[in-house]
Design a protein around this ligand. Structure first.
Ligand code: GTR
Length: 387
């Protein structure tokens, strides 16, 4: 059984399917007042909003959208980056509220070979900044920007520390201390993951102003904790055509009630600054949650969603991630009547399944975001966008 590096195998955590208790999940097609959800209208005017509110109040905290001003400054550019194949722009996104400002740096490579606006993939990067080195002196498979450009997509990214540092001691800098301090007093206030989703939404605020980008063809991608934030972004912000969760696990795509690998209590203990305070109520009490993570996938509907796992990443529960995808996308199928469905059993590793509205694969190997994963996301986008 594989675990994340640095996390010792612990018998307190279950890795055996036979020990998963039968679970009963909240129904996407019944409103809180018990009304049947049958039409697009029911979904869009009633149930989807209910679900987003439940995630705000119980899981991630609300994401404040109010601001007094947002402006974009081109900090630097290179029209002949990557041997002339890309136009690099580094954009500072400045958001002001009540006289205080924070700055978020967006790195954007646009393919020069594409005529007209280019579709775009945004990565929420929580790992070492060297993974998103704009000078490309350092290149890693975590953000293979050259390969993204090669396939005709713009490659955008930002580092989460610009909004909220991924650290329990310092996460309040910048956004919580500076822009939205009242959130810290609220039991359903924004915390780390919500702040990262806020950052992705501000990146989108910029992208819609950039004539080089085809903003109707935008994907938001995150790995692991970044994948949790990506799902939370796509569930709230309808401007993303595709939401990609790579190995997001507990608090991401995996069903909490399965208690397979990482649990709610464990994640709230290891990372108390990621979720809103109310989420602690469900430590060892997942059955009391008014949602489970399939409803986060559902909230993305009718927009496309991609869930990727890795065979040795049992801590993130590949089966629980797949079940969320299959159950959550019932909304795509049953409300929006989109074609295709996922099989009942877990697909084998390295056999990607790309439906018209959702994609899935399990990569062989360990917890990571790799060029293999990116190529599959782009295959899916090519198909969705008719490229
Ligand atoms: C782990 C955590 C996971 C996942 C992962 C990561 O330590 O338990 O929920 O977020 O970090 O981000 O790589």
């Amino acid at each position: 059984v594989a675990c994340l590096p640095g996390i010792a195998q612990n018998d307190a955590y279950n890795y055996e399917e036979s020990k998963v208790h039968p679970i009963s999940l909240p129904d996407p097609f019944v409103s809180l007042r018990g009304e049947a959800i049958e039409t697009i209208r029911d979904w869009e005017y009633l149930r989807r909003g209910e679900i987003v509110s439940l995630f705000e109040n119980e899981v991630y905290g609300q994401v404040p959208g109010d601001m007094d001003a947002i402006r974009f400054e081109l900090a630097s550019e290179d029209k002949l980056a990557m041997n002339g194949t890309a136009h690099l722009k580094e954009i500072d996104i400045l958001v002001e509220r009540k006289g205080r400002t924070i700055r978020l740096r967006l790195i954007l490579f646009v393919p020069t070979a594409v005529t007209g606006p280019a579709p775009v993939f945004l990565l929420i990067n929580h790992r070492d900044p060297e993974n998103i080195d704009p000078s490309r002196q350092v290149r890693t498979g975590f953000w293979p920007a050259e390969a993204i450009i090669e396939r005709g997509y713009a490659a955008a990214t930002f580092h989460v520390k610009d909004v909220s540092d991924d650290n329990n001691d310092t996460f309040k800098a910048d956004i919580l201390n500076t822009l939205y301090p009242e959130q810290l007093e609220m039991e359903n206030g924004m915390r780390g993951l919500g702040a990262w989703a806020w950052g992705a939404m501000r990146a989108m605020d910029y992208l819609i102003t950039d004539g080089q980008i085809d903003v109707r063809k935008a994907a938001v991608v995150g790995h692991s904790r970044g994948g949790k934030a990506a799902l939370w972004t796509g569930a709230q912000d309808t401007r993303w055509a595709i939401t990609v969760s790579n190995e997001s696990g507990c608090g991401g795509a995996a069903l909490s009630r399965r208690r397979f690998g990482e649990t709610v209590k464990r994640i709230n203990t290891s990372f108390p600054y990621w979720f809103t305070d109310n989420f602690n109520r469900y430590n060892d009490q997942e059955d009391l949650l008014p949602v489970d993570q399939h409803l986060l996938v559902a909230a993305i509907a009718p927009r496309a969603v991609y869930v990727a796992s890795a065979s040795e990443d049992q801590w993130a529960d590949p089966k629980g991630e797949f079940l969320s995808l299959r159950l959550g996308t019932r909304v795509h199928r049953e409300i929006y009547k989109m074609d295709g469905s996922f099989p009942a059993s877990l697909p084998a590793p390295e056999s990607p399944l790309h439906l018209p509205y959702a994609g899935h694969h399990i990569r062989d190997g360990k917890h990571n975001l790799t060029p293999y994963d990116w190529e599959r996301f782009m295959d899916f986008a090519d198909q969705l966008f008719g490229k």
